[in-house]
Design a binder for this molecule. Sequence first.
Ligand code: PLP
Length: 405
Amino acid sequence: MADTNALLALAGRHLLKTYKQPPLVMARGEGCRLYDTEGKSYLDLYAGIAVCVLGHAHPALVKALTEQAARLGHIANLYYNDRQIELAAQLCARTGMDRVFLTNSGTEANEGALKLSRRWFFTQGEPERMDIVATWSSFHGRSMGAMAMTGTPKYWEGFGPRLQGVSQVKYGDLEAMRRRVNDRTAAIIVEPVQGEGGVLPAPAGYLQGLRDLCDATGTLLIIDEIQTGVGRSGMYLAVQHDGIVPDVLTLAKGLAGGVPIGAFLVREKYADALVPGTHGSTFGGNPLACAAGLAVLETLDREGLIEGAAAKGTYFLSKLEAFAVKYPALVKGARGRGLLCGLVLTDHVEAREVLGALRDRGVLIAQAGDHVLRFAPPLIVTEAELDEGLAALDGVLADLASRAG
Ligand SMILES: Cc1ncc(COP(=O)(O)O)c(C=O)c1O
């Protein structure tokens, strides 16, 4: 067994200090369980931040990856590869989009969506139409373009001039968006549920309102489903609950169940904005990642995981809501969609503290801001596992309540 202290010492010396990590080293996973180098097991209710939709080491994913690795791992995009074509076709069929560009992360997908939007107006003879309107508290990634769209100013600090022409308005405020969009606006970008921003679902009618605004003004509607897509919301896309189709759609996280991948998808009308030489990626759409993506889609269907996410999400959310009644001094309420749920704590309760106490009880979740607990379990999670997580959370909240009282 690996020596945990030796590994932690190496990490302390050689990894950049970009993450605040507890002194745990994960070594293995199976289903909804993770095991650290000491052999301690944890119930995983965050799935690598909404990524491992099939849990860990799912046999279908292991088989697809093993077979693909033995057949063809990488060729770059100098030639077509069969897996990429098959995945692109399936993604279009499920989303109502026409064409796909495959990337390696969510950030790159949003970066591509931004480039496509600007370039579309360039090709239409309107190069000055390059502004992008995003929303406050959004999260779209950490590269210079995606970071500029991300509506959390602390993430911009110290990185020099921000990309020009990008601004934010209040999330959910249709009037604010209507006031901001003008004849220089190329695109609007929003998440159907703000994930990092606090697991905040769009208010009813907001996404349809944005669709109408974009139709009326010729602005591109970019929907960032990097966290909400691939079944997490209880439909393949969260916008499908609202019956709208974006002009550009971005996906990543769950797309290949844990193998790095991302995608931006576009309607045919805008597809010629990017032609040979205007965009590219060495790894994007590589056969290994695409084989994993195909295995995810096939398994979601075979195991009924998308309908399951809707049913399990409704159950879980109702249980989370009950904590606001039981612990009103600690919990304000719960919100979410499908298996992306947030528990909103009162202002004096730090999410980080609850997270740590839950981890001590063997349950792993994520946070979304300082006062929201984020649950994004694998879609294979069972009701019994959700109950196990809820019981641990009940214990942590009871401890906090007794300390406060
Ligand atoms: C909505 C959303 N967009 C974009 C990103 C960035 O994706 P990545 O971390 O894969 O670059 C994230 C990551 O959390 C996200 O939640």
